[in-house]
Design a protein around this ligand. Structure first.
Ligand code: FAD
Length: 391
C-alpha cells in the first residue's frame, strides 16, 4: 500500500482522495476546517441572499469511508525528510504528498482593506462575510458600490465581473439608485481582450462603470476613497477590494520550492513540485500559469491520481471559468496552447452553470461516476476544436 498524504480537503484535495483506489492506496487528508466550502456560493449568498448552509458540507461526509481525515492545521512540510508537522503536535510521514491548501487572501497588504472587510463583508473570503455583504447591500438606498481588484492574480478571474452583474440586478430588483463600479488593474474590462470585447457591451447596457488601469494602492476609510497606484481615486459608499493572494504561509523545506508570493513551483503539466518525484501541488496554491479555479484543481487532481497509478497523465492547462450575468452565461475556455477562445453569452450556458452547481457535491463524492460526463464536455469544448469559430 502506498501512503498518500493530501494537505487540504477543498476542491482539489477531496476529489483526489476519492479518486485513489483503496486497494492500492492508504489515503490521509488533513484539513484545519470542519467544512468544505463551495466558494462560488459566496456570490449567491451575497447577491441572491442564499443561506450559508447551502454551500458547505462537513469534509468527512464528502470523503469515501476508507479515506482517513485529520482535522488539524499544517504548520511545516519537509519534502526532504517526507515529514509534515501539525499544530496539534502530530508528525506525519508519507510515500507521496499532495499539497492542496489553496490560496491565502492577504487583507492586511493594503491599508484600509481589513477595515472595509469588517465593515461591509465581501464575496471572496468566507460564506459568513458574503452573508454580511448581503445585509450591507440590502440596506443601501443610493450611492456607489465599488468592486476593485488589488492584484492581477486572484482566483476565479470572472468573479468580480459576476459580482458586478449580480449586484446591479440586486439593486434593480430593490428599486434603489445605486451605481455599480468595477475597478481593475488591466487595460480592458477583462484580462483577455477577446473576453473583454464580448462583455463590454453588456457592462455598458447595465450602466456598470468600469475603471481600467486601476491598481489599488490604499483605502481611506474616513474619506471613503480608494486610491490607485496610477494616481486615480474612487469614491465609494460601500466597497469590496479583492486582496492580493498568496501561496501557503506555513514553512516548506526546501524553501526554494516557493516563489516570491509563496506559491509552490510546479511542473505545469505533471503538477510535480520542482525537484521532487514524490511531491505534487494542485489548485490555487501553485504557480501554474493558468486560472486559479475549481476546474483547474479538479483536472489537476485527476492528472495526479492517474500519475500515482503509473500513467503518464498531463494537465493541458484547460480552464472553464463561468461568467454569469443574471440570465445569461458564458465559459472562459483556454489551455496552455490557446488563449481564451471567442464565446457568446447565452441563456443555455447560464443553465449549464446551474447544472454544474447542482452536481457539485455529487461530483466531489463520486468523481469516478461524473468523469465520463465531464470528459465528454471538455472534449467537445476543447479550445483546439472550437478554435476561432468560438462557442
Ligand atoms: C467568489 C468565488 C467564485 C468562484 N467561482 C468559481 C467558479 O465558478 N468556477 C471555478 O472553477 N472556480 C471558482 N472559484 C475558485 C475555486 O473555488 C477555487 O479555485 C478552488 O476552490 C480551489 O481549490 P483548492 O483545492 O486549490 O483550494 P480550496 O478549495 O481553497 O481548499 C483548500 C483547503 O485547504 C485547507 N487549508 C488551508 N490551509 C491549511 C493548513 N495550513 N492546514 C490544514 N488545512 C489547510 C482549507 O481549509 C481548505 O479546505 C471561485 C472562487 C471564489 C472566491
Amino acid at each position: 500500500m502506498k501512503k498518500v498524504l493530501i494537505l487540504g480537503g477543498g476542491g482539489g484535495g477531496a476529489i483526489l482522495a476519492n479518486l485513489l483506489p483503496e486497494e492500492e492506496f492508504e489515503v490521509t487528508v488533513v484539513d484545519r476546517d470542519e467544512y468544505h466550502v463551495f466558494q462560488p456560493g459566496n456570490l449567491f449568498i451575497a447577491f441572491y441572499g442564499d443561506s450559508v448552509e447551502k454551500y458547505r458540507r462537513p469534509i468527512r461526509t464528502l470523503l469515501k469511508p476508507h479515506v482517513k481525515l485529520i482535522r488539524d492545521e499544517v504548520t511545516e512540510v519537509n519534502l526532504n525528510d517526507r515529514k509534515v508537522k501539525l499544530k496539534g503536535g502530530k508528525s506525519l510521514e508519507y510515500d507521496y504528498i499532495i499539497i492542496a491548501t489553496g490560496a491565502n487572501l492577504d487583507f492586511d497588504a493594503i491599508e484600509g482593506n481589513r477595515e472595509i472587510l469588517e465593515s461591509y463583508g465581501d464575496f471572496y473570503s468566507t460564506l459568513e462575510n458574503a452573508e454580511k455583504l448581503h445585509k450591507t447591500l440590502k440596506e443601501m438606498r443610493e450611492g456607489r458600490f465599488v468592486i476593485a481588484i488589488a492584484d492581477p492574480i486572484y482566483k476565479c478571474p470572472p468573479g468580480p465581473h459576476k459580482g458586478a452583474f449580480l449586484s446591479s440586478t440586486l439593486f434593480e430588483r430593490m428599486g434603489v439608485d445605486v451605481d455599480v463600479v468595477l475597478a481593475l488593474p488591466f487595460p480592458h474590462a477583462y484580462p483577455s481582450k477577446t473576453i473583454s470585447d464580448i462583455i463590454e457591451p453588456e457592462l455598458e447596457r447595465r450602466n456598470i462603470e468600469v475603471h481600467t488601469f486601476f491598481t489599488v494602492d490604499s483605502i481611506d476609510v474616513e474619506k471613503k476613497r480608494i486610491y490607485s497606484l496610477e494616481g486615480e481615486e474612487l469614491e465609494y459608499t460601500v466597497a469590496t477590494v479583492i486582496p492580493p493572494h498568496e501561496g501557503p504561509e506555513y514553512k516548506v523545506e526546501p524553501s526554494e520550492v516557493k516563489d516570491d508570493s509563496n506559491y509552490l513551483k510546479i511542473d505545469k503539466y505533471t503538477c510535480l513540485i520542482e525537484g521532487f518525484d514524490d511531491a505534487y501541488a494542485i489548485g490555487d496554491c501553485t504557480n501554474a500559469p493558468t486560472s486559479k479555479s475549481g476546474v483547474t484543481a479538479h483536472l489537476q487532481a485527476e492528472v495526479v491520481a492517474e500519475r500515482l497509478q503509473g500513467f503518464d497523465a498531463k494537465y493541458s492547462g484547460r480552464t472553464n471559468c463561468p461568467l454569469i450575468t443574471d440570465g445569461m452565461g458564458l465559459f472562459i475556455i483556454s489551455d496552455y496552447d490557446h488563449p481564451p477562445i471567442p464565446v457568446r453569452l447565452s441563456r443555455f450556458k447560464r443553465l449549464l452553470e446551474d447544472l454544474f452547481v447542482a452536481t457539485y457535491w455529487d461530483a466531489i463524492r463520486y468523481p469516478e461516476l461524473w468523469q465520463p460526463i465531464f470528459h465528454a464536455y471538455f472534449e467537445a469544448t476543447s479550445p483546439a476544436k472550437l478554435g476561432e469559430r468560438g462557442w
